[in-house]
Design a protein around this ligand. Structure first.
Ligand SMILES: [Zn+2]
Length: 482
């Protein structure tokens, strides 16, 4: 995950106009999320509510700032002692090129991490996806702990947006550069070294935990329902989830919007430009009307956004909705017969998605003279609503941060963070996102990770896991609606 934009790049023009099949092939490639949000998006109301709820539902020791106990001191000491080992491990991971479509590379990263988890007593397995998907598959590893304690799902990913000779690991002072150094091989080593510290301190044996690292987070396979079947399966077998995408010094994420896509195809009667207001307005005017009415009638919906990312119109248009790439040719004295527009749609809850899609369809149907239009919506990432359980987990995580002297954490604004793999488990279990690395340049060739913050995040993750392992599952599991 990382930016709010599409992860797909390049590609030539491969399809001519009028291929309806293509309309349905719009894959949700909007994976990502600003992995490192500016710290000033604190959501004050939410954090106050979080504190109140927590005080009502959690053992006092977890809600309040508590000094580290003996085990927590041991966890911290182990993480400090292994700092260089952890950075060297990150270097190894970064230097295995694993762009999403490099299936051999993604599998190799999976083998390395799987072997590490096995050495900690996990049972790891590789989950294949259908060959037609052209993705590597996923790593899943399980570890049984003390009965009755929460079953915790840890979410990472193996793939990166970029790879290549200029993307190797390079340590410069307090940062390290390289593909995936931050998003999210950095997050993966935070997870692994938190688990290693748990083992050293003798507490891993109590932890019921499943690790899943997807192989196609940055550019998910199609259809998404197959690409995320293993993740959803894992969610159903666990009580809570912790996701290791980009972290923050002051915030974590317990709510985020959906991310899906739409394609608008507009047609008009071709003719001489002099007849544009008599015989028919043409496809470009109609597309402009539709987009303008989307904005006028829907932009006021709180937290809803829909962005037309590309548009191509004219008399000869090639547009590929998969690569989001095309060409157009015409003359200024021709009324345009065809226009394609492709965009995204992000919403806070399923009801808002339905409301937006209904309105958009209505607007599309009000055609100008001599034109017609159709819109299709692709499947995407479901929204992750803020739940009492998510707030409870944030309170525990914030308490951990305070114990470590890193200060309290608040919930990031759900509207500011894009979708990620945690969104797929949100319909089943509660979770927190943002236990991962801090850095810059995710989804760019200039990605880097903060090494001091790697230690902070590993300490936070280890104490979080330790405290969860001491709770009863019922204290954190999502309660059925009354
Ligand atoms: Zn990511």
């Amino acid at each position: 995950m990382a930016t709010g934009g599409a992860a797909a790049t390049g590609g030539g023009v491969r399809r001519a106009i009028g291929q309806h099949a293509r309309l349905m092939r719009v894959t949700a490639i909007f994976a990502c999320v600003p992995s490192c949000l500016p710290a000033d998006f604190a959501h004050r109301h939410m954090s106050i509510r979080t504190a109140v709820l927590a005080a009502l539902t959690l053992p006092a020791v977890l809600a309040a700032q508590a000094p580290p106990d003996r085990v927590e001191q041991a966890l911290r000491a182990d993480i400090g002692q292994r700092r260089e080992e952890q950075i060297a491990y990150l270097e190894r991971l970064v230097n295995i090129p694993s762009g999403t479509l490099n299936t051999a590379g993604v599998r190799e990263v999976g083998r390395l991490i799987g072997a590490t988890l096995d050495s900690l007593g996990f049972r790891s397995a590789w989950v294949e996806v259908p060959a037609s998907m052209k993705r590597a598959g996923h790593l899943v590893a399980t570890h049984a702990g003390k009965p009755g304690t929460p079953r915790v799902l840890l979410i990472g990913h193996l793939d990166t947006v970029f790879e290549g000779p200029n993307q190797r690991f390079e340590r410069v002072d307090t940062i390290a550069k390289g593909a995936g150094s931050n998003d999210m091989k950095g997050g993966d080593v935070i997870m692994l070294y938190a688990l290693k510290a748990m083992q050293t301190a003798g507490t891993l044996k109590d932890l019921n935990v499943t690790v899943i690292m997807t192989g196609d987070e940055e550019y998910p396979g199609d259809p998404l329902s197959d690409a995320r079947a293993a993740l959803i399966d894992a969610a159903k077998q666990n009580d809570i989830a912790l996701a290791f995408e980009g972290g923050s010094r002051t915030q974590a994420t317990i709510g985020r919007r959906s991310a899906s896509g739409w394609v608008l195809k507009v047609t008009g009667q071709q003719g001489h430009s002099s007849g544009v207001f008599r015989s028919g307005y043409g496809a470009i005017y109609e597309a402009a009307r539709i987009l303008d009415e989307f904005r006028r009638e829907l932009a006021s919906e709180e937290n809803l956004t829909f962005n037309p990312g590309t548009i191509a119109g004219g008399s000869t248009v090639s547009y590929d909705t998969l690569t989001q790439n095309g060409t157009t040719a015409s003359k200024t004295n021709i009324i345009a017969p065809i226009t394609w527009v492709q965009g995204d749609l992000r919403a806070m809850n399923p009801e808002q998605i339905v409301r937006a899609q209904t309105k958009m369809r209505e607007i599309v149907a009000r055609n100008l003279k001599g034109t017609s239009a159709e819109i299709s919506f692709s499947e995407g990432y479901p929204p992750m609503a803020v739940t009492p359980g998510g707030e409870r987990l944030l309170t525990i995580y914030s308490g951990v941060s305070e114990t470590l002297g890193y200060g309290a954490l608040t919930a990031s604004d759900p509207a500011r963070r894009g979708a990620g793999d945690l969104s797929f488990v949100a319909p089943f279990i509660d979770g927190v996102e943002g236990l991962g690395a801090l850095g810059n340049g995710s989804h760019s060739p200039n990605e880097s990770v903060s090494l001091p913050a790697l230690t902070m995040q590993t300490e936070r993750a280890a104490l979080m896991l330790y405290r969860l392992s001491k709770l009863k599952a019922d204290a954190v599991r999502r309660q059925p609606k009354m």
